[in-house]
Design a protein around this ligand. Structure first.
Ligand SMILES: *Cc1c(COP(=O)(O)O)cnc(C)c1O
Length: 360
C-alpha cells in the first residue's frame, strides 16, 4: 500500500507493533483460543433472562459495580475493596499498566508467555524488558530475581498456568519474586486466567501489605468468553488507582449481572473444569502414542511439537481436516509448536485422529 503524505501516521511506538491476531476460520472443530467447549449452565442463562427484564436501560450502570465486586470478594475470600472488575482480564491489565506503567517505567516478562502482557505494556508506553525461560520453559528463580534487581520493573508479570506452555509456576518462585518486587518497590502481576485448572493459586497470598495482584477471568473456566469479563484481586490501594485509570461506566449493567449470577453456579463450573482436566490427560496419553513432544499442562490446553519440526505443515493438515489449533510455529522460542485447546470428548477424538492421520 502507498503511504499518503497527507495522512497522519500512528505514534512511533505503535507503528512497530503488529497487533493481536488469532485467525477465526470456519471449521468444525475449534481448538485454538482456549475457550470452554461447553456453554454455561442453563439455569444461569434463565436467571440472566429474568434479571434482564428489570434493567433500567435509561440509566448508567453502577459505576463501582458494587454487587458484582461484593460477590467476587466473597467468592475469592477477600474484601470488596480488594476486587477490581473490567471488560476481560485484558482490560484489567490495561488499567493496571495505565496506572502503574507509562513513560520511564519498565515491565518485565519472562518469555515465552502470554503475548498480551508485553503488548499491553507497550500500548501503555511502558518499556518492556524480556526475560528468558529455560529450554524446558521453567523459570530459574535466581535468574528471575537478578532480572528484577537489575531492571527495577514497575510491574513484573508471571502467568500460572503459563500460556502457551501450560506450566504452573512453583510457589517458591512466586514467593521469592514477590519478596524481591516488594523491596523495589514494584508490583507482581500473576495472570491466573487458567487458575482453576490447577490446585495452586496465588490469591491466598493477596494481602494489604504485599504488592501482589492476581488477574482472573470468566472467559475460560466460567464458559463466558462472549461476556468479556475479568477481575483483579489485589490490595485496596492498587484497586483504588485502577479505578482512576478506567473509563467511567466501563462495565455495563447486563455484564455486571451476568458475572454476579454466574457465581451461583460454582459447582457446575467445577464440574466442567473436572471434565476438561480429565480430557486433557486423555489427550496427553493420546499424544504419547504419536511422534510429537508435548509439555505437561496445568491448564485447558497442551503445547506440542511434531518430531518433524514442521508445525506449519501439521497445522495446515489439521485445518484440511476441519480442526483448528493455534499455530505457534513461527513464534519466538516456540519453533514448530502448536497449541491445542481441550474440547469436548468428541472434539478431542477428532483432533487426535486428524493428528494421527497427518503424522503417519
Ligand atoms: C485467555 C487469557 C486471558 C483472558 O483474557 P480475557 O480478556 O479475560 O478474555 C488472560 N490471560 C491469559 C494468559 C489468557 O490466556
Amino acid at each position: 500500500m502507498m503511504s499518503s503524505p497527507d495522512r497522519l501516521a500512528v505514534r512511533e511506538s505503535l507503528a512497530m507493533m503488529s497487533g493481536y491476531h488469532s485467525p477465526q476460520l470456519d471449521v468444525a472443530v475449534r481448538l485454538n483460543t482456549n475457550e470452554s467447549p461447553v456453554p454455561p449452565p442453563e439455569g444461569w442463562a434463565e436467571a440472566l433472562r429474568a434479571a434482564q427484564a428489570d434493567i433500567d436501560w435509561h440509566r448508567y450502570p453502577d459505576r463501582g459495580a458494587h454487587e458484582l465486586r461484593a460477590a467476587l470478594a466473597k467468592h475469592e475470600g477477600v474484601a470488596p475493596e480488594q476486587v477490581f472488575a473490567a471488560n476481560g482480564s485484558n482490560e484489567v491489565l490495561q488499567c493496571l499498566m495505565l496506572a502503574f506503567g507509562g513513560p520511564g517505567r519498565v515491565a518485565l516478562t519472562f518469555e515465552p508467555t502470554y503475548a498480551l502482557h508485553s503488548h499491553i505494556s507497550r500500548l501503555a508506553a511502558t518499556e518492556v524488558v524480556t526475560g528468558e525461560r529455560d529450554e524446558d520453559f521453567s523459570l530459574d528463580a535466581e535468574y528471575a530475581s537478578a532480572m528484577v534487581a537489575e531492571h527495577r520493573p514497575a510491574v513484573t508479570f508471571l502467568c500460572s498456568p503459563n500460556n502457551p506452555t501450560g506450566m504452573v509456576e512453583p510457589p517458591e518462585l512466586v514467593e521469592r519474586l514477590l519478596a524481591k518486587v516488594s523491596a523495589l518497590p514494584g508490583l507482581l502481576l500473576m495472570d491466573e486466567a487458567y487458575g482453576q485448572f490447577d490446585p495452586y493459586t496465588a490469591v491466598d497470598l493477596v494481602d494489604e501489605s504485599r504488592p501482589l495482584a492476581v488477574a482472573r477471568t470468566y472467559s475460560k473456566t466460567w464458559s463466558m468468553a462472549a461476556a468479556r469479563l475479568g477481575y483483579l484481586v489485589a490490595p485496596s490501594w492498587v484497586v483504588a488507582e485502577l479505578e482512576k485509570s478506567t473509563l467511567p461506566y466501563h462495565l455495563d449493567t447486563m455484564k455486571q449481572i451476568a458475572g454476579r449470577l454466574a457465581l451461583d453456579y460454582e459447582d457446575e463450573m467445577n464440574e466442567r473444569v473436572g471434565m476438561l482436566v480429565a480430557e486433557r490427560e486423555r489427550i496427553a496419553a493420546g499424544l504419547d502414542q504419536l511422534p510429537v513432544r508435548h509439555w505437561e499442562s496445568g491448564a485447558n490446553f497442551i503445547l506440542l511439537r511434531p518430531d518433524s519440526g514442521d508445525g506449519e505443515a501439521v497445522w495446515e493438515g489439521l485445518v484440511d481436516r476441519s480442526v483448528l489449533v493455534r499455530n505457534c510455529s513461527s513464534w519466538p522460542r516456540l519453533s514448530g509448536c502448536l497449541r491445542v485447546t481441550v474440547g469436548t470428548p468428541a472434539e478431542n477424538d477428532a483432533f487426535l485422529s486428524a493428528l494421527s492421520e497427518v503424522l503417519t
